[in-house]
Design a binder for this molecule. Structure first.
Ligand code: 5AD
Ligand code: SF4
Length: 444
């Protein structure tokens, strides 16, 4: 009898791609996916450990899912991903209903691990130096966008970050395997490729670097757009900047995590760049790619962050002019370097700082989007808007969500849309009634 897998994914796009990998392995072993935990033989959570909040959510969810085991004792409950790697046996101790704990480098053998977990609780948390899964075909979700992991792990060891400990050392897929995946995705009908890696622009396969990869992917037929996330500011080479300028399909948007605008904090974070170097990079990127959109990640309340440090971040954000920003309150991650330091910015102060940045970024995003009103943008049609099926949604070249009335376009078409209105998070084409705009707003 065919076995059914129920899989939930938390956290970043790397995890989304890893879930597709796991589903590929499970399909080949005879599993089919179900959308209902109540129908599943195996319930699996692909988890995130990047911030404390992410972990708390997963504990809550595990508690809820345990009832399926109570009702149907044969059901297996598995935890995959970064939290599995981070907590290891502690997860089995804290949540006794869990049968399998499998870290990011254990997915190749997932079907066998599940078989073993039927007999006894199983732990598979050995990190590998060379596992890339490059030869495995992921079961990609339908859509216009295919996520392609091109490297795994991270060697940067930023002081706040747990990723190097839960995803292991940096390693890249062979270039030919990446290209085979891009070609395959193109043949399957995907229009956009997003290259993924913790420090995606550190990609290297022998003589070939991230620039070589962009140039080779740019030539693949069927693919209309290429994106990548997240690059590290100190891994941008001149060669990559030239490739960004030359490659027609590489979209004019870069997510460039800043983390802090204060050199004192950047140094303690071990980000290995100064704010001056970062801004110089921004200038070079903007010169290479006209109209470039920039987004970023910022942490407020890192240990020892003073009011002056915070103001430096605020000033830097104003000077750079981001199209959007992900803003986080610092939370200590046991295992990461900074967890040993006093978490000395009170939560109320972190909240005050983040609130200021959220408000300022909202206005900045609105201003930048408002500048597009009256212009034509190219949109890749992704599907009917969830809030109103009479409208399409898709992303413009600069990765802004765009909503416009449906005519006879099809999913996967590239269409030109005249922008009539804008909010901080969304562009609206002509013909979206103002009464519907607030409803359609894709607030993150
Ligand atoms: N606390 C708060 N934010 C964090 N991030 C990573 N680790 C932490 C932490 N301990 C943020 C960084 C990173 C993003 C993915 O998550 O901004 O770029
Ligand atoms: Fe974490 Fe820094 Fe690596 Fe990004 S570059 S994954 S923030 S250690």
């Amino acid at each position: 009898m065919q076995r059914r897998i129920y899989l939930e994914t938390y956290g970043c796009q790397m995890n989304v791609a890893d879930s597709e990998l796991m589903l590929g392995q499970l399909h080949r072993a005879g599993y089919e996916r179900t959308e209902e935990a109540a129908d599943a033989d195996v319930i699996l959570l692909n988890t995130c450990a990047i911030r404390e909040h992410a972990e708390q959510r997963i504990y809550g969810r595990l508690g809820e899912l345990t009832r399926h085991k109570v009702r149907r004792p044969g059901v297996l409950l598995g935890v995959a991903g970064c939290m599995a790697q981070h907590l290891k046996t502690r997860l089995l101790e804290k949540v006794p209903a869990v049968d399998l704990v499998v870290g990011p480098d254990g997915y190749r053998d997932l079907p066998a691990l599940l078989d073993g977990a039927r007999d006894e609780p199983t732990l598979a948390v050995r990190l590998s130096r060379d596992e890339t899964y490059g030869d495995l075909a992921p079961a990609r979700a339908d859509g216009v966008r295919a996520w392609v992991s091109i490297m795994r792990g991270c060697d940067k060891f930023c002081a706040f970050c747990i990723v190097p400990f839960v995803r292991g050392r940096e390693r890249s897929l062979p270039l030919e395997e990446v290209l085979r995946q891009v070609e395959h995705a193109g043949a399957e009908g995907f229009k956009e490729i997003v290259f993924l890696g913790q420090t995606v622009n550190a990609y290297r396969d022998g003589e070939d670097d991230f620039a070589s990869l962009l140039r080779r992917a740019d030539a693949v037929e069927g693919i209309a757009r290429i994106r990548f996330t997240s690059p590290h500011p100190s891994d941008f080479t001149d060669r990559t900047l030239e490739a960004l300028a030359d490659c027609r399909k590489v979209m004019p948007h870069v997510h460039l995590p800043l983390q802090s605008g204060s050199n004192r904090v950047l140094d303690r974070m071990r980000r290995i760049y100064t704010i001056e170097e970062y801004e110089e990079l921004v200038a070079r990127l903007r010169a290479a790619v006209p109209g470039l959109a920039l987004s970023t990640d910022i942490i407020v309340g890192f240990p020892g962050e003073t009011e002056d440090d915070f103001e430096a971040t605020r000033d830097a954000m104003r000077r750079v002019g981001y199209d959007s920003a992900f803003l986080f309150k610092y939370s200590p991650r046991p295992g990461a370097r900074s967890a040993e330091w006093d978490d000395d910015v009170p939560d109320a102060e972190k909240t005050r700082r983040i609130t200021i940045l959220i408000e300022e970024q909202k206005q900045a995003s609105l201003d930048r989007n408002a500048a597009v009103v009256g212009q034509d943008v190219e949109v890749l049609v992704e599907g009917p808007s969830k809030r109103n099926p009479e409208h399409w949604f898709g992303k413009c070249r600069r990765f802004k969500t765009t909503i416009f009335p449906r005519r006879n376009e099809a999913v996967g078409d590239l269409v030109t849309i005249r922008i009539a209105a804008a909010s901080p998070y969304t562009l609206f084409g002509e013909g979206v009634p103002s009464s519907l705009r607030a409803m359609e707003d894709a607030t993150p």
